[in-house]
Ligand binder design. Structure first.
Ligand SMILES: [Zn+2]
Ligand SMILES: [Zn+2]
Length: 493
């Protein structure tokens, strides 16, 4: 038995429920104390006046890509194409491929993507994949274009830039053509990053969003070897396959629409900076109706990527229909849930639908003259990422990073949630921490085991140097230690 003491343990069951010590045995919290108990025959672990929370849970990541790209080239801070080429030429290959990510053409001097010819000069033989920051477009070189078995031929004037389905095909080819060793290495890299940022569990999308579940089985078989708990989503629309894989859920970023950045998020009214364009509903009503009703009937929790109001409405309509036919506590998920009206939120609440949302999207895109304002105009920007309105309606909402799209960093998410650009939609610090602990556990039906510091729960804890509830600068609070099932995973002092 271990007694952890000398810290403020925030239970997160309710506000101001704080313990002074907890007793752990076999990975579980077996007792909590408001005062330091006098116990014999226990190992006493002094936490040095720290602040302890339930281990963070990120409810939406692409951990494979996150891990994979952490081993590849990060283009987040480049200022021109010359720098891009230098970084690419220095990076280590993975299974003889080059991966680069976080590229944003708007942030570099040239304001454009590199071309295929430019990449070919440096890499005549090695396939290169350079993804845009939102993942919805990319650039590849000739070596890659030659290897990929395209469903639709590339245009004759192809310059390397891909979006929509061909963007998906290209990244799928890269991700699909890695050996098991590179795949497991990527997940281990992901787990390490997760732990360093205070997570003890992360929801992980696996599969190409179309038919293939890729390495779902491989990860499931190896799940015990990772130091973090991966909660797996088969990112496919094949229901019998999801059942065969023994998954309680299906989906993830299976796409109802695209992204605002690429003008592919489906809107009810046209884009403000492109009045010809209303985005794209990637699949028909008929497709979603069949998929959602059947998955619901078979008892699978469903998760679908919906960004624009037209996409959210499309999916909501069939979630509602499924619930009307057979009411279940199944917590179907709208992933992202970015642009909503009051009426849509009322319907989401009434149908018992949940959401995983990314407060960092607001931080990145909702500011003055930011991407939302450009694409959606001022009025619609106020209707993005509406955490306050959602929580007031008692909709189950959990936090996520959509890592690799934004950093895997719960503290940054918490900070963004309490400081949303729209003051009307800001939430309290307690509610923001709930997004990454208690609510996150509920999203995967793990609320009996995870998400709070309480008797009989798993001893998954994050130990911080400062208090989230009173610190000015939340995102820079140092993570001192992470405890998983009662054992230290990291320890910094
Ligand atoms: Zn995603
Ligand atoms: Zn998505």
């Amino acid at each position: 038995m271990k007694l952890f003491y000398n810290a403020k343990f925030y239970s997160m069951e309710m506000e101001n429920k704080i313990f002074r010590a907890i007793l752990v045995q076999d990975g579980k919290i077996i007792e909590t104390y408001h005062e330091l108990p006098q116990l014999k025959n226990v190992e006493k672990i002094d936490l040095d006046n720290a602040f302890v929370y339930p281990g963070f849970i990120d409810t939406h990541t692409h951990s494979f890509e996150g891990g994979l790209y952490s081993l590849g080239a990060d283009l987040k801070n480049v200022s021109n194409l010359e720098e891009v080429f230098t970084i690419l030429s220095q990076i280590e290959k993975l299974d003889n491929k080059i991966f680069a990510y976080q590229f944003d053409e708007n942030l570099i001097a040239e304001k454009r993507f590199p071309t295929k010819d430019e990449l070919d000069k440096i890499f005549p033989e090695t396939p290169v994949l350079l993804r845009r920051i939102d993942g919805h477009s990319c650039v590849i070189n000739s070596a890659a274009a030659k290897e990929i078995n395209w469903k639709e031929k590339l245009p004759t004037n192809f310059n390397g830039y891909l979006r929509k389905k061909q963007n998906g095909e290209a990244s799928n080819w890269f991700h699909h053509n890695l050996d098991d060793e590179a795949i497991l290495r990527s997940y281990h890299a992901a787990a390490e990053i997760g732990i360093k940022t205070g997570h003890t569990a992360i929801h992980t999308m696996i599969g190409n969003a179309y038919a293939q579940d890729l390495h779902f089985q491989l990860i499931k078989n190896n799940i015990a070897q990772f130091p973090i708990e991966f909660i797996l989503y088969p990112q496919i629309t094949n229901i019998s396959r999801a059942l065969e894989l023994g998954s309680p859920r299906i989906g993830g970023c299976i796409l109802a629409d695209g992204s605002f950045g690429s003008y592919t998020a489906a809107l009810k009214k046209p884009y403000s900076d492109n009045p010809q364009e209303k985005g794209i509903l990637y699949k028909t009503d008929e497709f979603w109706e069949n998929f959602i009703l059947e998955a619901h009937e078979k008892g699978l929790q469903i998760a679908i990527h919906c960004i624009g109001d037209a996409a959210i409405s499309q999916i909501l309509k069939f979630y509602e229909k499924a619930q009307m036919q057979t009411q279940k506590d199944i917590r179907h998920i709208i992933v992202h849930n970015e642009l909503t009206s009051d009426k849509m939120l009322d319907r989401i609440a009434a149908a018992g639908i949940s959401a995983t949302m990314q407060p960092m999207f607001d931080r990145l895109w909702a500011g003055k003259n930011g991407l939302y304002e450009k694409r959606l105009g001022k009025e619609r920007t106020l209707r993005t990422n509406r955490l306050r309105s959602i929580i007031d309606r008692k909709i189950l909402v959990a936090g996520g990073s959509d890592w690799y799209i934004t950093e895997l960093n719960a503290l940054a998410g918490i900070d963004a949630a309490i400081r949303l650009h729209n003051p009307e939609e800001r939430i309290s610090r307690f509610e923001a921490v709930e997004l990454y602990t208690k609510n996150a556990a509920r999203l995967s039906f793990n609320e009996k085991r995870l998400g709070t510091i309480s008797k009989d729960k798993q001893a998954d804890l994050v130990i911080l140097e400062k208090d989230i509830f009173s610190s000015e600068n939340i995102k820079d609070i140092q993570i001192k230690r992470v405890i998983k099932k009662g054992e230290f995973l990291i320890q910094t002092k």
